[in-house]
Design a protein around this ligand. Structure first.
Ligand code: ADP
Length: 272
């Protein structure tokens, strides 16, 4: 079982990914696809007159400020345009994909953070209370296994759902890590618009090709901005028993086959 996470950044070739997935399924691979939609959400939010805002937690992770209106726009883009766009592309290449958000069938359950502690631009600490964010703590694997056993490809998107039944914005990379661990997947492939984790971002020649899982924490220093969450997600997946996490290029042809052949940053044993 392989869980693939694809980002929504500029340059990612979703059509190439969908064609690659069609081949992998013909090869007998069991797959689950998780996607993001951050860049498109930023555009739509700006067009709707509710420009995106990002906050940095005291532990140094950046996330989208998600008030009720942002959540509405987030659902429009992630669950609507992006999710249905990917499902349509997969259907066009003969893959019977089913799009699901974390709310559907309580697929991704988590706790809403009652408060988030952030640091503003001047280093001042603040507490936010009206934010709809959280972290995934439970995956409805029964629902996923039902689909997988019947030949469907689940295409999963945030938001998740809180215990009280509210939609909550969760990070897609960490959600994918949690899904991979819950399904006891052996690989998690995180596709983005970079070749992998770069030692000196944005120098693509500085690609880190291999990370020993025991030392992954030391590589956090190379990641900036959104890449930090990906490294955190990779750490969480490995800690929970996923044997291999690969950060790979989502801009190229056959991105998953390339990742499986060892192109990218491989955390865990190097592929043969
Ligand atoms: P996606 O939308 O594909 O999930 P993000 O934009 O959230 O991806 O995160 C990937 C981005 O992280 C890259 O496009 C790059 O700008 C940034 N980044 C920061 N530090 C690094 C690094 N050391 N190596 C690779 N990318 C990095």
């Amino acid at each position: 079982m392989i869980v693939i996470k694809v980002g929504g950044s500029e340059g990612i070739d979703l059509r190439a990914l969908c064609m690659d997935i069609a081949v992998l399924i013909q090869e007998g691979q069991q797959l689950v696809l998780v996607h993001g939609g951050s860049a498109r959400t930023n555009q739509v939010a700006a067009q709707l007159g509710h420009p995106p805002q990002f906050v940095t937690s005291v532990s140094g992770y950046t996330s989208r400020r998600t008030d009720r209106e942002t959540l509405r726009i987030f659902e429009m883009v992630y669950c609507g345009e992006v999710n249905k766009g990917i499902v349509e592309m997969l259907q066009a290449v003969g893959v019977n994909a089913v799009g699901l958000s974390g709310i559907d069938g309580r697929l991704l359950e988590g706790k809403r953070k009652e408060t988030i502690k952030i640091v503003d631009g001047t280093g001042r600490r603040m507490v936010l209370r009206d934010d709809y964010t959280g972290t995934v703590e439970h995956v409805n694997t029964a629902l996923l296994n039902l689909l997988l056993a019947n030949g469907y490809l689940p295409v999963i998107t945030p938001p998740a759902i809180s215990e009280a039944g509210e939609a909550i914005n969760v990070d897609g990379d960490r959600a994918a890590a949690f899904i991979a661990a819950s399904l006891k997947a052996d690989k998690l492939i995180i596709l983005s618009n970079v070749p992998g984790l770069l030692r000196d971002f944005p120098d693509e020649a500085s690609l880190i090709t291999r990370i020993d899982p025991a030392h992954i924490g030391e590589f956090m220093e190379h990641a900036q901005g959104r890449m930090r969450i990906k490294v955190l997600g990779a750490m969480e997946a490995i800690e929970q028993g996923v044997a291999q996490v690969i950060f790979a290029d989502g801009r190229i042809a056959q991105p998953v086959h390339a990742a499986l052949a060892g192109r990218g940053t491989v955390i865990g044993a190097k592929p043969l």
